[in-house]
Design a protein around this ligand. Structure first.
Ligand code: ADP
Length: 160
């Protein structure tokens, strides 16, 4: 069984992430979406909410698991016994940043490889940062969020 980890902040998970995940499922039997967080950095949504959002988003996709992690992605891979990392690429800037990380990971963990999946043209401008800005200013971000995500519920919980 070929399994990959798709790590990211996913704050929140967008249609761009969903598209990469769908492509990854063509290549791997199972994909574990891993929400990375840094205890000293407060996100927009907390890691558990990000997981809940992803669970709603992937409800119609088979063979997807969702988890959180703190620390190095290669350590997460080792703990899970997984040898593949998925990352999405939107721009040449993404490529430059991501290739450095992939090379460092390869040096530290030669048995773990990174697979890059290009963004589809329609979604290549979508980022969690843009979606967060829209949400903060009470705009309608529905078209940038995967179907099935009840973002109003999570926003209401956040403001409690
Ligand atoms: P990180 O903070 O780790 O970069 P993100 O949640 O911003 O986490 O992104 C996770 C992964 O998804 C990254 O590889 C990023 O390049 C990719 N990604 C983000 N948005 C898109 C998009 N619109 N299309 C394709 N890939 C994307």
């Amino acid at each position: 069984m070929r399994t990959a980890v798709f790590p990211g902040s996913f704050d929140p998970f967008t249609v761009g992430h969903y598209d990469v995940l769908e492509s990854a499922l063509q290549l791997f039997d199972k994909v574990i979406v891993a929400v990375g967080y840094n205890s000293s950095k407060k996100g927009f949504f907390n890691p558990d909410t990000r997981v809940e959002i992803i669970r709603q988003a992937v409800a119609d996709l088979p063979n997807v698991e969702v988890c959180t992690y703190n620390g190095l992605t290669i350590d997460l891979c080792r703990n899970l016994g997984v040898n593949h990392i998925i990352r999405g690429l939107r721009t040449t800037t993404d490529f430059e940043l991501e290739s450095v990380i992939a090379q460092a990971n390869k040096k530290m963990a030669p048995d773990i490889s990174t697979t890059f999946i290009p963004a589809c043209q329609e979604y290549s401008f979508i980022s969690s940062t843009v979606v967060r800005d829209i949400l903060i200013h009470k705009g309608n971000a529905a078209q940038f969020l995967p179907k099935g995500v009840d973002i109003e519920k999570f926003l209401a919980e956040r403001e409690k």
